[in-house]
Write a protein that binds this ligand. Sequence first.
Ligand code: URA
Length: 219
Amino acid sequence: MPRLPTVEEVWPTVPRTRRRSLSEWKRLNREIERCRRCPLGSLRQHVVIHRGSLRPRVLFVGEAPGASEDRVGVPFVGVAGKRLDQLVSRLGLLESEFAVVNVIKCHPPANRFSDEAARACRPFLARQVEFLQPIMIVPLGVSALSAFRPDLLPISHAAGWLSRWRGLLFFPMIHPAAAARSTALRRRWEHDGKSLSKVLSRLGAVGNPGSIPRPGASV
Ligand code: URA
C-alpha cells in the first residue's frame, strides 16, 4: 500500500467548502428522475439515485441497480447490498458518514452493464460527487472504477490500493456481488475491507461525526 497521507496532508486539499442547498440536490434528483437520455429510462420501474448521508465522508459507487433496487428505487438493497452493509458496519461508519450511488441510475435488463447508459449518466454522477463532496470514493467493481480512473484497470490490480482522484482519496474494491463467486474473491473482498478499515481509522474518519452538518440544512 502506498504511504498513507496524514490528516494534515489530505483534508486541506479536499474541496468541501462550496456551500450547497437542499434545493440544488432536489433539482438534480428531479432531472435524473425525468431522464430519457438512453433506452433504460423507459424500461425501469424506479430510478435509483442515492442512499445515505448528504454530507458523507465515504462515497461508495456501484455499477448499476439490480432487479431488487429497481423495485424499490434504492441502491444496494439486494444480496450485494447485504454484503456492502456488513462492510459498512465492520468499518464502523455512522449513517451520517457514508452514502451510496451508482454509475448507472436505471436497472439494465439482465444486469448487463450498458456503456451507452453509463455515458448518459456520467454528468449525473459527476454532479452527485460534486454535491456530496466526500473525502473518499470507493468504486465497487470494474465499471465503477473505470468511471473515475480507467488508468488503474484492471480491478484485480487496483482493488485494495489507496490513491487519489482530484484531491479525494480513492480506494477501489471488487464488486460485493463478485465476492460471492469464489472463495478467492470473498477473501479478497474481506482483505481489502480490512485495509480500508485501517485507512479510515488512521484518518480518524469513522465514528466521529464532528462538524458534519445535518442533512436538510444548508450545507
Ligand atoms: N449492484 C450495483 O452495482 N448497484 C446496486 O445498486 C445493486 C447491485
